[in-house]
Design a protein around this ligand. Structure first.
Ligand code: FA5
Ligand code: MG
Length: 426
C-alpha cells in the first residue's frame, strides 16, 4: 500500500543519486513588515460557498458540466468550488506575490524574453495532459484514483505541463505558465488536492550550444540548473537544498529540487531536458529545450514560513492581512495553535480500496478541518484479509473544534467509508 504519494511521476530508479549544493550567498534580506490592515470586516467563515458558474480566461463554466452523477466523472463539489479562485492572480496572496517575484527574476535575467500565461483554462483534454507529453497509456497518473475526470476524455489538469506542447506548436520558445492544478492525493501539511504550479520552458538554437564544448543535452541541463539555482537564490538567499535525479516521461535527464524545511526534505520542483519527440512534434528538429514545473505552495511555505498548505485557502483576515503586494520578506505569524483531535478507525479493506478514495471521503465531510490522514497499522490475517487502521487528525487553524462537531464528522466518515468504499469496519 502506497503511503503519502508525493509525486505524480514516481522515481523508477532505485539508485537515486543525490547531489547536494548548499550555502547560497545571501542576496535577499528578510526584513519584517508590519501586517497590513485590511478594510474588510473580519470574516471567520471556513468554506467558500459553491457558486454554480465560474469564468476562467473568458470561458464560462457551469457546475453541472463539471460535477456530474456519471461513472466517468469523479469531481466532487469541494473541488468545483476551487475552480476560478486563481490564487496565483491575487497580488496580495502569498501565491500571487511569489508568482510576481519569479516573473521579476525572469524579466531581469532574460530581458523580458519569457512569454507569460496565467489564465489558461484548467479543464483540458486527456491528450493535452498526458499524450502530448508522452505519458504512457498505462501510467498510474492517468487513473481515476489519481486524476479528476469530467468525462473519459476531459480532466482537470494535473500539471501545467498540459500546456507545453500547444504553446511550442504556436511558436513560443521561452514561456512561463502559472495555474491551479488538481490531483486526488493523500492528506497532510504539504499535500492538497488543488495547488499551483508554474511551468517554464526554454528552447535553444544550435548556435547557443555550439562553441560551448558541450553536447546539446549537457548544455541544456547545465543551463537549467543554473537558472533554477539562481531563482532559489533570488527567492531565499541562504537555504539548504539538494538536487535529486528522478524520472519524468517528458524529460531526460530529469531532476527534482528539495529544500530542507520543518526538519524534512521537501520536494519543491521537477525539471529536465525535454524529450526530443516533443520538440519534433512541434516542428523543432534542430533544437534542444529544458522545462520545469514549480510547486508554488511548497515554495511559498518555505518563503513565508507557512506551516500548513490549507492556510493558502483561508479567508480569515488574520491570515490574509499578513501579506502585501511585492513583499517577499514577510514571515507568517501563527495566530494561535488550536489543539488537534485524533480519531482512529480500523476496517477490512477490499481489492478496490485506495487511500486517495478514503481521503476524498474524509475531505468531503470535514473539508479543510481535516489536517492529516495517516495509516498507522496494517496487517493481513491467516484468511488473507487485510486490515488498515487510519488515524485522522481534525484541527482548525482558526478556532477550537467542539467534541460534538468532531464526533459528528467521525460518525459520518465511518458511515460513508462503509457505504461508498464498501469496506467492513472492525
Ligand atoms: C510534475 O508535475 C511535472 N509536470 C513537473 C515537470 C515539468 C517536470 C516540466 C519536468 C519538466 P510533480 O508531480 O513532481 O511533477 O509535481 C511538481 C511539484 O508540484 C512537486 O515538486 C511539488 O512541489 C508540487 N506538488 C506535487 N503534488 C502536490 C500536492 N498534492 N500538493 C502541493 N504541491 C504538490
Ligand atoms: Mg515530484
Amino acid at each position: 500500500m502506497a503511503m503519502a504519494v508525493t509525486t505524480l511521476f514516481p522515481k523508477i530508479s532505485p539508485l537515486v543519486h543525490k547531489t547536494c549544493f548548499r550555502n547560497f550567498i545571501a542576496s535577499v534580506s528578510f526584513a519584517t513588515f508590519a501586517p497590513a490592515v485590511s478594510a474588510d470586516k473580519p470574516r471567520h467563515k471556513w468554506r467558500q460557498p459553491v457558486v454554480s458558474l465560474v469564468e476562467i480566461g473568458g470561458v464560462k463554466i457551469d457546475k453541472n458540466d463539471v460535477v456530474r452523477d456519471d461513472p466517468t466523472n469523479n469531481v466532487p463539489d469541494t473541488i468545483f468550488s476551487k475552480l476560478g479562485m486563481q490564487l496565483h492572480r491575487r497580488d496580495k496572496h502569498p501565491i500571487g506575490i511569489l508568482k510576481n517575484a519569479i516573473y521579476s527574476y525572469f524579466d531581469n535575467n532574460y530581458q523580458n524574453k519569457f512569454d507569460k500565461f496565467d489564465d489558461l483554462c484548467p479543464i483540458v483534454s486527456v491528450k493535452q495532459n498526458f499524450d502530448d507529453v508522452l505519458v504512457p497509456a498505462d501510467h498510474v497518473s492517468r487513473s481515476y484514483n489519481d486524476t479528476y475526470y469530467i468525462d473519459s476524455q476531459t480532466i482537470l489538469r494535473c500539471h501545467t505541463s498540459a500546456h507545453q506542447a500547444e504553446l511550442l506548436r504556436k511558436g513560443h520558445t521561452h514561456f512561463l505558465v502559472t495555474g491551479d492544478v488538481y490531483r486526488r492525493d493523500s492528506i497532510d501539511a504539504t499535500h492538497y488536492p488543488v495547488f499551483h504550479q508554474m511551468e517554464g520552458v526554454r528552447v535553444f538554437e544550435p548556435n547557443d550550444w555550439e562553441g560551448s564544448g558541450m553536447d546539446s543535452t549537457s548544455y541544456a541541463a547545465a543551463d537549467l540548473k543554473k537558472c533554477l539555482e539562481g531563482l532559489a537564490c533570488h527567492l531565499f538567499g541562504a537555504v539548504e537544498m539538494r538536487w535529486v535525479d528522478t524520472y519524468f516521461p517528458f524529460t531526460n535527464p530529469s531532476f527534482e529540487l528539495e529544500i530542507y524545511f520543518q526538519e524534512k526534505w521537501l520536494e519543491v520542483l521537477g525539471c529536465g531536458v525535454t524529450e526530443q519527440e516533443i520538440l519534433k512534434r512541434s516542428g523543432k528538429v534542430n533544437n534542444v529545450a529544458w522545462a520545469f514545473g514549480l510547486g508554488l505552495e511548497r515554495l511559498a511555505m518555505v518563503l513565508f514560513e507557512i506551516p500548513d498548505i490549507r492556510l493558502f485557502w483561508s479567508a480569515d483576515e488574520r491570515f490574509t492581512s499578513q501579506f502585501s503586494s511585492g513583499q517577499l520578506g514577510v514571515k507568517f505569524k501563527s495566530f494561535s495553535k488550536y489543539p488537534p483531535c485524533y480519531k482512529d478507525m480500523s476496517f477490512w479493506i477490499n481489492d478496490s480500496f485506495t487511500e486517495n478514495n478514503l481521503c476524498e471521503v474524509v475531505r468531503g465531510i470535514a473539508g479543510d478541518l481535516v489536517e492529516e490522514v495517516q495509516l498507522i497499522d496494517n496487517f493481513t490475517n491467516k484468511k488473507g484479509m487485510t486490515s488498515h487502521c487510519y488515524r485522522i487528525a481534525y484541527r482548525s487553524m482558526e478556532r477550537s473544534l467542539t467534541d460534538d462537531e468532531i464526533n459528528d464528522f467521525q460518525w459520518r466518515v465511518r458511515e460513508q467509508v462503509e457505504t461508498k468504499l464498501k469496506v467492513v469496519l472492525r
